[in-house]
Design a protein around this ligand. Sequence first.
Ligand code: RIB
Length: 282
Amino acid sequence: MGKIVVIGSINVDISTELNDLPQIGETIKGSNVSISPGGKGANQAVAAAKLGGDVMMVGMIGEDAFGADALANLNSHCIDVTNVWTASETTGLAMILRENGDNRIIVASGANNAWPVDLPLETIIANASILLLQNEIPFVVTEKAVNIANLYNVPILFDPAPVDHFPLSFLRKITYLTPNETEFKQLPEDLLQAETKAVLVTQAKHGVEIHDETGITHVPAFPVDTVDSTGAGDTFNGAFAVALASGKNVQGAVTFANQAAALSTTKIGAQKGMPKLNEIKD
Ligand code: RIB
């Protein structure tokens, strides 16, 4: 299996369970606090590594204890962190409000916005088996990475979250696009052109719709008792990359990724419930 390269965000997630949202000026009580590693990029990297992928993480951390913890966490999953860099900013911070398994997230980018201009992206991407991207770092870095990947025929998996007004010319360079239902509605129509092989619309407990040149195929989700859906989409992306890199076709890879994503929601924290290969087999 070739190297899975993830370029993206690294955060610390601080989350709490709520029954209601506070009004302006109001203080309400949360419960079940969790402080855990997150960031869509780091989550994808950890999901892929836990499933046996050979993973490199490319990202930015701050000069603080959260950054050191994030780096130690990536290391603990045997992820190549040669290209995790430090900026004189705070480490990215996500404030997460959980409500009956669902979540609302506010991300303060911090170091995720402080990418140096001279990163050796070409060397990093040229030999990758697949490149994973999301939208929590400056778009200019993502765009540059996409252009390099196209140059070296490296397939690209792009999760357009948080969603933005992406140019159609950019989206058409993506091999696999993985919006959720809400994001999908905000993307331009006619995505399936040029390099794009498939658009995989993730629909939480309703599964995934594969839109490709054969039409639309629905792959059902696996029923589980969800306690926290944070990071389920990231798990889907990481697992999909591992499955593709190990030779599965798109539908087989989606089925595998659905299993991983479902299991990831059974524990609190984005990365805690991400399964290992034997847990999926079980
Ligand atoms: O997708 C979930 C992730 O989004 C969280 O881990 C949080 O850090 C935000 O980036």
